[in-house]
Design a protein around this ligand. Structure first.
Ligand code: NCD
Ligand code: ZN
Ligand code: ZN
Length: 449
């Protein structure tokens, strides 16, 4: 006699998935290999399922192109409020990011006025609302804050400047650091540190070109600042911004923190140009240091790549070197420059996706940066045959120039945000519906660090 039918318990039935609204068919990096795949995107804008063949929704076949997760850039300066809109603003800067394949940017607090209280945070959020093409996480500057609680509850992260840099004159004295770290312990926010120790700047070096700038703010200043932070209590989610030497990377990893390197420190050295377009903090280093940093990055020893997109007017960058501001634009070119390196075989695509997409998204506590079920369908379609030469005039950052003029780049052909196409044939076709995000979860053991 046949056994009685098993009564299915309610929880045995498979969870109801939202109906797919789009199927993307192409090749994706799965298990470390490029494989043919179909990705079903649900009506909720999340990846609903991944497999060989998906059905039930319109299918978009991208042919030989590669489907990649979109990038998260932990470090941009959009100069809004307080800067000239002709240099950058929330609209131009986030459209540039979207075209470069970046779907979430961490926006720094050294705007004018700096973001040191909740009102200024609210003002900045209001300016981003209805203008941002991609999502934005706003950092707060805790150094000048009197009451950290309300600021921390509004912020997505903290940024601590240990040395003066563009827009930052006042930095904490060494004796002010221990109480500052202790105050931040109460909030589980990512903390980005600009690590240069001004006590190590060399007043004898005459900074009239990038080589002089590298001597004036030497690698020893970065190493000394990292040593200053090493006495911070454990439990802080520390991340060192724009690390410039392989030694600093190794030290930061020993300390168990996260860090980022920038495309300009990876690809340019103090001999790449003589004028102030190549003036940046920390400075471009010697060719030897640059090669060692690239090797550390290429071999997977650096957790994150971030642009430190720091646009300045070309007129200001044309001033005599000593007077010109520091910083180079890079939000739109970060991924395209590195995709070109992946095409040429100098960089493993898996390392690029881990450092530009997966780890930075996890550092911000976001379900982004992986082709994985349940993640937001913020995806790129990249045709590795479509190589272009960069030209500042054709980029979308309002500042209109790049230190990578003429460099080969590969721009994404398409960019989907929550399953909606915002870049099509390399043109921005989206709406300014970017949201202000705060970490949704605290990264666990497999966090960026
Ligand atoms: C940045 C800027 O212009 O805001 N400049 C720079 O040289 N990197 C500030 C900074 O990140 O230090
Ligand atoms: Zn900095
Ligand atoms: Zn910066």
């Amino acid at each position: 006699m046949a056994p009685p039918p098993v009564r299915r318990h309610r929880s045995d039935s498979p969870p109801k998935l939202p109906a797919p609204s789009l199927i993307l068919a192409g090749r994706a990096l799965l298990g470390g290999r490029l494989q043919p795949v179909e990705i079903a995107i649900g009506e909720d804008g999340r990846i609903a399922s991944i497999g060989r063949i998906r059905t039930g929704a319109p299918r978009h076949d991208v042919g030989d192109a590669v489907i990649l997760p979109a990038a998260t850039d932990l470090h941009v300066h959009l100069r809004d409020p307080g800067g000239s809109p002709d240099v950058e603003n929330f609209s131009t800067g986030t459209i540039a990011a979207a075209l470069g394949g970046t779907t979430l940017v961490g926006e720094m607090p050294n705007t004018s006025p700096p973001v040191t209280d909740p009102d200024r945070m609210a003002e900045k959020a209001a300016r981003a609302h209805g203008r941002a093409a991609v999502d934005v996480l706003l950092y707060a500057d805790p150094v000048g804050a009197t009451d950290l609680g309300p600021l921390a509850r509004a912020a997505g992260g903290f940024k601590v400047y240990l040395s003066p840099t563009s827009g930052i004159d006042r930095v904490p004295r060494p004796s002010e650091l221990p109480p500052l770290w202790r105050r931040m312990l109460a909030y589980d926010l990512p903390i980005s540190v600009h690590a240069e120790d001004p006590a190590r700047f060399d007043p004898r070096a005459i900074p009239s070109d990038p080589t002089g700038w590298n001597e004036w703010r030497p690698p020893a200043a970065e190493e000394a600042a990292i040593a200053m932070v090493a006495s911070a209590p454990t439990g802080l989610r520390l991340h060192v911004a724009h690390v410039t030497t392989a030694r600093s990377v190794a030290r930061v990893r020993e300390l168990g923190w996260s860090c980022e390197v920038t495309p300009h420190h990876l690809l340019l050295s103090d001999g790449s140009g003589t004028d102030a377009r190549f003036k940046v903090n920390p400075p471009l280093r010697s060719e030897e240091e640059r090669r060692a940093l690239w090797e550390a990055y290429r071999s997977g020893r650096v957790p994150v790549v971030a642009s430190d997109h720091a646009p300045h007017a070309l007129a200001d960058k044309s001033l005599p070197f000593e007077q010109a501001p520091s910083g180079v634009p890079g939000a739109e070119t970060m991924l395209p420059l590195l995709l070109s390196r992946a095409r040429s075989g100098e960089l493993d695509l898996g390392v690029l996706v881990a450092t530009a997409c997966d780890r930075p998204a996890r550092w911000f506590g976001q379900p982004l940066g992986r082709v994985a079920v349940g993640h937001r369908a913020n995806l790129l379609v990249v045709d590795f045959r479509s190589r272009t030469a960069l030209s500042g005039r054709h980029l979308h950052s309002a500042c209109g120039w790049t230190p990578f003029e003429g460099w080969e780049a590969i721009f994404p052909r398409e960019h989907y945000r929550d399953g909606v196409r915002i870049v099509e044939d390399g043109e921005y076709v989206g709406q300014p519906t970017g949201r202000i995000l705060r970490p949704e979860y605290a990264p666990g053991p497999d966090r960026a660090a």
